[in-house]
Write a protein that binds this ligand. Sequence first.
Ligand code: AMP
Length: 224
Amino acid sequence: MKQTPRIVILGAQGAGKGTQAGRLMHRLHIPHISTGDILRDNVARKTALGKKIGAIIDGGQMIPDHMTNAVMRNRLRQTDCSNGWIVDGYPRSIEQAKPFHVFGKPNVVIELHFRDKDAIKRLSGRRVCPQGHIYHLRHDPPKKKRGHCDHDGLPLKQRADDTPTAIRKRLRIFHARTEPVISWYRQKGLVVEIDASKPIAVVYREVLKKLKRLPWLSSQLSTK
Ligand code: AMP
């Protein structure tokens, strides 16, 4: 039975959700929707929402559930989502997961396992471009010009919430509010578990291997 891929990627900060989601996007030709990117874009454009949430994001706190739910409900209504999507960083609480199960209804949840002590090490080397492309100083540096994005040439920056204090706060929130979401999805039989401590390419191979075991998704992964 053919199903459109409705994939969620969850995992602790620094597990590589955005990186893996970006690769799957190219493989499956479906949009990669990062809640964090949409929220940061609102801050950059100084929208009404953006003005309310900039300080919350920089401090490593979660945006109120009703705001994130509204943002995601609207995003998934757009036409590019009609053949499926990969959502990264949402839902992060049961209060997000329940409504999402009505308007989005994911059919697979990838859980990237990552230890807290590795998160701080990995995130302190992360650099991003204003368009959301992600690099790592050591593991995935830009190939064309040092400190600049390979795709658009823009200078790379460190995110304000990638400081050790903000990372620790984000990890505490992950354990308290997002882990119960993963358990909730596990009870529904939707979770595919991946060890995210390995290099990017190894993790990606493992993601593909496990997703190909899903009968409804395997042909879409091989032919595209
Ligand atoms: P991320 O890029 O996924 O690390 O998200 C960066 C920040 O955006 C988070 O620390 C939160 O402040 C906010 N954010 C992203 N996704 C959510 C979400 N699902 N619920 C609440 N806040 C979120």
